[in-house]
Design a protein around this ligand. Structure first.
Ligand code: NAD
Ligand code: UDP
Length: 332
């Protein structure tokens, strides 16, 4: 049966891909977003679909909409963005989750939480398994996000224990792909844009820190499997690509694919930046029959094409990739 589905943060990178998939399945989609880091460019293609609605709204404020399923994705994911107004980030994670859980309780909706590998902090266990409790600095510059997401997980489990709300929690590891905002500030988008513009790639620290990069289509496949998983499976479950790269390897690969002559320069490592990160995905394999299929090289090729089209659009039209202009540029 087709469902009425609410996606908070749906104008962002992950949310807009999720909305596209769920609309294609014939569901009715409502996106709630304050457009802090999201962009109408990501969702304007849905506006003519009669099953789609966009509401500009900040999730820290309550709202009453009757839905069957809630995907709670609202929160800036990029460190420079979530650190810009850390109090608002914590409010988004706590009050936003609280407001959405109240809706789920009222309408007996299933609710999905986009949690994060950041709940493990700067992990002392490697790779990270769901039972690992983490190593988080609760007073640091990342804690508005890390502790906010940890608190949200607690709240989800309290609503399950007290009101039997049907919860689904995924812990997402670094994901990349088309629709990332050029000004997002995360490493994949920064390096690609720098390489395409012939600017130096900015490596923070000495580049030996690692991440495991998951392509967007794989992640969305994991979201869809999780929302349809057995009633008694709540998660948290890790979703990420377990192939680990250090940042110099990532920089080299991007330079090679873009055929760029850009140099690499080194900048200060931000405080509390995790040294190593790699998901253990045994649980996702066992419970969801999920594992990523797209390797970094292939995912980067598609992502680079997307950023090329944005930069071409900007340079042809001096439009700064504005909404309608980009839509027509990218379809030509
Ligand atoms: P994004 O910044 O592209 O999207 C976040 C969206 O939430 C944006 O559209 C933004 O405008 C919206 N938003 C932020 N605060 C809001 C608020 N208070 N009210 C309403 N809307 C608000 O980020 P993303 O990569 O799409 O991440 C989506 C979710 O997934 C986030 O919750 C993030 O923490 C989580 N996550 C993402 C990754 C990743 O690698 N992309 C990794 C771990 C977790
Ligand atoms: N990073 C970098 N150069 C950049 C942006 C980020 O070297 O231009 C580093 C950052 O310090 C971190 C890693 O890349 O070690 C991943 O950063 P990102 O912001 O993408 O995500 P994080 O995993 O830190 O949330």
């Amino acid at each position: 049966m087709k469902k009425k589905i609410l996606i908070t943060g749906g104008a962002g990178f992950l949310g807009s891909h999720l909305a596209k998939n769920l609309l294609q399945q014939g569901n009715s989609i409502i996106i709630l977003d304050n457009l802090m880091t999201g962009n109408v460019r990501n969702i304007e293609k849905f506006f003519e679909n009669k099953n789609f609605q966009f509401i500009k709204h900040d999730v820290i404020n309550p709202i009453d909409i009757k839905v069957d399923i809630i995907f709670n994705l609202a929160c800036p994911a990029s460190p420079p963005w979530y650190q810009r107004d850390p109090i608002h980030t914590i409010k988004t994670n706590f009050l936003g989750s609280l407001n959405m859980l109240e809706l789920a309780k009222k309408y007996e909706a299933k609710i999905f939480q986009a949690s994060t590998s950041e709940v493990y902090g700067d992990p002392l266990m490697h790779p990270q398994i769901e039972s690992y409790k983490g190593n988080v600095n609760c007073t640091g510059i990342r804690s508005c996000y890390d502790e906010g997401k940890r608190c949200a997980e607690s709240l989800f489990f309290d609503y399950k224990r007290m009101f039997n709300v049907n919860i689904k929690i995924v812990r997402i590891f670094n994901t990349y792909g088309p629709s990332m905002d050029p000004k997002d500030g995360r490493v994949v988008s920064n390096f690609i844009i720098q390489a395409l513009k012939g600017e130096s790639l900015t490596v923070y620290g000495n580049g030996s820190q690692t991440r495991s990069f998951c392509y967007i289509d794989d992640l969305i496949d994991g979201f869809l499997k999780m929302i349809d998983s057995d009633l008694d499976f709540t998660g948290p479950v890790n979703l990420g690509n377990p192939v680990e790269f250090n940042l110099l390897e990532l920089a080299d690969l991007i330079l090679k694919i873009t055929n760029s002559n850009s140099k690499i320069i080194f900048k200060n490592l931000p405080k509390d930046d995790p040294i190593r990160r790699k998901p253990d995905i045994k649980l996702a394999k066992e419970k969801l029959n999920w594992e990523p299929k797209v390797c970094l090289n292939d995912g980067l090729i598609k992502t680079i094409k997307y950023f090329e089209s944005i930069l071409n659009c900007e340079s042809r039209n001096s439009c700064r990739g504005q909404v309608s202009c980009f839509a027509s540029c990218s379809s030509t």
